[in-house]
Design a binder for this molecule. Structure first.
Ligand code: GLU
Length: 463
């Protein structure tokens, strides 16, 4: 059975890079009808917080990636880890090291002076003497001394690390707190993971974890180390390149499906296909096809995808989503008219809400530059004539309003701009926004006439 996991350290928000590796893990589990587990790596009690756990869980909830079973908290498993430390000590696979901090730094300095790599020298590995007093020992694991540690990475290919690179590292600190690589290996094994997909910033932890697997007789999972996400200049992604907190994308008006679609393409592809529904991602994703090289972050692409998903979203869902952005048209009979008029113009839900507000709220002032340009010459007269036609009509649909625009164009023998520009500024205060016929159909005759009359008044007063 395929079992994957995401194992965040709750030190802050869910990072966009973390969401990408967890998406890969989630897709792989779904594809194989397996399990996607969540483990909170909260052993660093000083740096971890409950708010961070909540923030991470909220982000998962928002993107709709549910995990199976109960989340595992490492902070609740100290007894279990202690049991494995005991086991390794009993079996002679780990030992107590009494080296003091001073001795350790003296050793480091000596190695550095000789230009050697700093590493523990194994001095307590086979120690049988009387331990020094007043030193609380750490526990070190016996790492292999000869040969290489080799594993086959699903992304990088064969990874071969000389054992000289891996010293007898600490598995439990003085006082008994277990160390990171020790607990990760135990948890991954006990949680039954078949595939571990994570960022390649963890690549050099893997040989250490393998030492633990081997010492405890656990079966190794398949490893996939995914290259980091870079910015457009090929440098490490930072806050300057856009939001790194997943939930900030919600605030900015992105849809989770657009974000997931964007992320799945960072490091994985299927021909030149850009748009993937969740079902398609599940069907097509394969971690063995993850690119070896880093992928570049491109916010224009995310915006383009977001526009696509907004355009194609059913109106009842869009209306529901817009509530959080300050627009409630759920019970408005003009809902479809409003969304048809605006959804092509809103690349984010924030922009969409702005477009809708622009129509629904009568202008309180006119953009001065636009007003000067639009309200000149016979504009007031054309607008007055136009309101007459409106009052006589029973227009409801955009097409019916369009016919009235055509009527005035013919009647006054004018170009379309001569009515279009002043009408737009009258209705919206500005020169932007949706189609005039659609706007009028949303506003209805009375509101349209009222806005035009106010604009005529303004023109008579100021121009
Ligand atoms: N807790 C680690 C992190 O947040 C992930 C560990 C792993 O995936 O093995 O970077």
């Amino acid at each position: 059975m395929t079992t994957t996991r995401f194992a965040p350290s709750p030190t802050g928000y869910l990072h966009i890079g973390g969401l990408r590796t967890s998406l890969f893990s989630w897709l792989w589990a779904k594809k194989n009808q397996g399990q996607f587990l969540l483990r909170i790596e909260d052993t660093d009690l000083a740096r971890n917080s409950e708010e961070a756990v909540t923030a991470i869980l909220n982000a998962f909830d928002w993107v709709g990636m549910a995990y199976d079973g109960e989340a595992v908290f490492q902070s609740k498993r100290f007894d279990l880890y202690a049991k494995y430390v005991e086991q390794l000590l009993d079996e002679g696979k780990a030992y107590k090291c009494y080296m003091s901090k001073e001795e350790l730094s003296a050793l480091r300095e000596e190695q550095m002076a000789k230009g050697e790599r700093t590493r523990y020298d194994g001095r307590y590995r086979d120690f049988t003497g009387t331990p020094p007093e007043n030193v609380e020992p750490v526990i070190r694991i016996k790492a292999p001394i000869e040969g290489n540690i080799i594993f086959n990475d699903g992304v990088k290919g064969e990874v071969c690390i000389a054992t000289t690179e891996v010293d007898d590292f600490v598995i439990a600190r003085a006082g008994g707190v277990p160390t990171y690589n020790f607990v990760v290996a135990i948890d991954d094994a006990l949680m039954g993971l078949s595939d571990v997909i994570r960022g390649d910033d963890h690549l050099y932890n893997t040989p250490k974890q393998i030492v633990v697997y081997q010492a405890l007789g656990f079966k190794l999972p398949n490893f996939y180390h995914v290259a980091m996400i870079n910015n457009e200049q090929g440098k490490k992604l930072s806050k300057r390149d856009g939001a790194t907190d997943v939930m900030e994308y919600k605030t900015l008006g992105y849809l989770p499906e657009a974000l997931l679609n964007f992320l799945v393409r960072l490091g994985w592809s299927h021909g030149d296909q850009e748009i993937f529904s969740i079902d398609e991602m599940i069907e097509l994703f394969n971690p063995n096809k993850i690119n070896k090289s880093s992928s570049n972050y491109n916010l224009d692409k995310l915006l383009w995808l977001n526009a696509h998903y907004i355009k194609n979203k059913p109106h009842d869902e869009l209306a529901e989503l817009l509530v959080e952005y300050g627009v409630d048209i759920r019970k408005d009979d003009r809902r479809d008219l409003i969304l048809n008029a605006t959804k092509e113009r809103g690349k984010t839900l924030v922009e969409l809400a702005d477009q809708i507000n622009l129509i629904l709220n009568a202008p309180t002032e006119y953009n001065e530059k636009n007003a000067k340009k639009a309200f000149k010459g016979e504009a007031a007269e054309i607008l007055a004539e136009f309101t007459k036609l409106l009052k006589e009509s029973e227009a409801r649909t955009p097409a019916e309003y369009h016919a009235i625009i055509e009527q005035i164009v013919e009647l006054k023998e004018i170009g379309f701009g001569k009515i279009g520009q002043p009408l737009r500024v009258s209705l919206l205060g500005a020169m932007t926004g949706s189609g005039l016929d659609e706007i009028m159909a949303i506003l209805g005759i009375d509101e349209t006439v009222s806005r035009i009359e106010k604009a005529i008044e303004y023109q008579n007063k100021t121009i």
